[in-house]
Design a protein around this ligand. Structure first.
Ligand SMILES: C[S@@+](CC[C@H](N)C(=O)[O-])C[C@H]1O[C@@H](n2cnc3c(N)ncnc32)[C@H](O)[C@@H]1O
Length: 368
């Protein structure tokens, strides 16, 4: 279970082996609270989950979160743990399928929105994200680069232009098609392959046949993953001993879904000029449920994004033998902001929209 889902678990005050606890209410929501669940009720709850899991209109994210909360109970009997884990695997699988469908429907509009400025990547990419990836990756001639969740290939092309040997992986065929078409049109030799970052055995098999890389990049993809366990286990298999992993994504605290842009427009009493004051409102940070979101405004099927506070974002990597070795919080530095679009992140120069960090193997070969 990922730290993020564990985070949905209520604080347990003690062992939950009290068989005389209150009967759970029949609704799914009551199942999120392991404290109200006596073990003698577990069989009927597992049945209820199994029954629900056959239905078409199941909210897989909710079920996955609730199962994670139950599994966070360290006193859960092993027999029940195994059953709940099997159901959670099913819930995560369904959530992954709906993510794949959502990404497939926006491959075209994602690519268009990213090249609207005539550059490779929108202003968030060109001004904040890509320069930070460059700094953290420390690419030098001859290094190999693997981009996970490559999408239409913005990062792959950036490294290919530097002369790198680049491979991009994604689970969306329409995205891979876009990326391959662009590589052919631009004359880049970039390899794109299908890999599901939610599927450890798929990644391991790929790693066994393709070897390890000097630099692994992951851009705006971790928030799309219902669980980080599989990718955290696979990364050490894909990384050379002295290699590095650079991850960049929307900031856990200051960007969606936890951070809400807020602003005040007022006339400065000294000058009479209109002023814009911006700030980020964070009312919930630790327990933010999976949220619907649009990667491209107006997209037909919304995506789900998975919030993780810092500890939950990093914990799966630390548990799998990686250490944090650099971190940045890039923000726009636009002089005067963008007063035409008050909501623009250009008006939040003191608020990082992104978090970028670098990971390495915790144990390096001797003498390095
Ligand atoms: C926001 S896009 C980012 C694309 C690219 N990294 C970039 O920065 O332009 C997220 C990408 O992650 C991919 N993705 C999401 N879940 C995935 C999974 N389980 N396995 C592989 N790719 C996944 C999506 O298909 C999509 O292309």
């Amino acid at each position: 279970m990922s730290g993020a889902e564990m985070n949905n678990a209520p604080e347990l005050s003690g062992p939950s082996q009290d068989h005389d606890r209150a009967q759970p209410a029949p609704g799914l929501s009551s199942l999120a609270d392991p404290v109200t669940i006596g073990h003698r009720h577990h069989d009927s709850q597992i049945e209820l989950f199994s029954e629900r899991s056959q239905q078409k209109d199941v909210d897989w994210d909710a079920i996955s979160g609730q199962l994670a909360a139950i599994l966070a109970d360290r006193h859960l009997l092993p027999a029940y743990r195994a059953k709940y884990e099997a159901l959670r695997t099913l819930a995560v699988k369904e959530a992954t399928l709906s993510q794949k469908e959502a990404w497939g429907t926006i491959a075209e509009s994602w690519e268009t929105s990213q090249s609207a400025s005539g550059q490779d990547g929108n202003d968030m990419f060109t001004q904040c994200l890509l320069p930070e990836v460059d700094r953290l990756a420390e690419y030098t001639e001859g290094k190999t680069v693997l981009d996970l969740g490559a999408g239409s290939g913005i990062l792959c092309r950036r490294f290919a232009k530097k002369g790198a040997n680049v491979v991009g992986l994604d689970f969306s065929q329409p995205m891979l098609d876009k990326a391959r078409k662009r590589a052919a049109a631009d004359g880049h030799t970039i390899t794109y392959d299908y890999v599901d970052l939610m599927d450890f055995s798929n990644m391991k098999q790929w790693a066994d046949t393709h070897g390890k890389f000097d630099i692994i990049t992951i851009s705006t993809t971790l928030k799309s993953l219902p669980d980080l366990e599989a990718i955290a286990q696979a990364l050490p298999l894909l990384l050379k001993p002295n290699g590095c992993i650079v991850n960049v994504d929307l900031h856990p605290a200051f960007s969606k879904p936890a951070g809400h842009r807020s602003m005040e427009i007022f006339e400065d009493p000294e000058t009479g000029k209109q002023q814009l004051k911006t700030y980020i409102k964070v009312t919930q940070y630790l327990d933010v449920k999976p949220s619907k979101s649009e990667a491209v405004r107006g997209q037909p099927v919304p995506q789900t994004i998975y919030h993780r506070p810092f500890w939950a974002l990093l914990d799966p990597f630390f548990r799998n033998g990686l250490v944090l070795d650099a971190m940045r919080e890039p923000a726009f530095k636009t002089e005067g902001g963008d007063l035409v679009h008050a909501q623009s992140y250009h008006n939040f120069p003191q608020t990082p929209m992104l978090l970028a960090f670098r990971l390495r193997h915790a144990v390096r070969p001797e003498g390095t």
